[in-house]
Design a protein around this ligand. Sequence first.
Ligand SMILES: [Zn+2]
Length: 150
Amino acid sequence: MEKIILHKLAFKKIKKIAKLMFEKEEKEVIGFLIGHFKDEFIEITDVIIPEQSANRTSVQVEEEISLVNALIKSNKKGTNEVSVGWFHSHPGFRCFLSAIDIETQIYWQRVNPRNVALVYDPLNKEIKAFRIKKEKDSVQEIPIPLKIQD
Ligand SMILES: [Zn+2]
């Protein structure tokens, strides 16, 4: 079964920014996951935190995905890293995908079906990863096993 390897360094960044955004403004944070798609697993080696905007729309998501790929190209020459999905925080309300998160994830999977959504709750110290399985009239949240590694 496919799993996600989240490198400690990337996890540290997620924890730090999620905590900061909550303590400073009681807000969620959203960012991009950088790494590699391997045959058996997805490796997350880094994150990119863009300017935070108040509300997300699908158009914005599409713009952001191309932006993040441009960013990786310019900042990480020679590493072959790509965007492997996105993350955001749910301060105090556990890890799941809300209706708008599902919509956002559908866009990500349209770009690449292997893209993942990572959710982190800095208060409950919980982290989970998901993908969406969309069938005719149902949308299902599929959890993906996640391992934190050095
Ligand atoms: Zn959410």
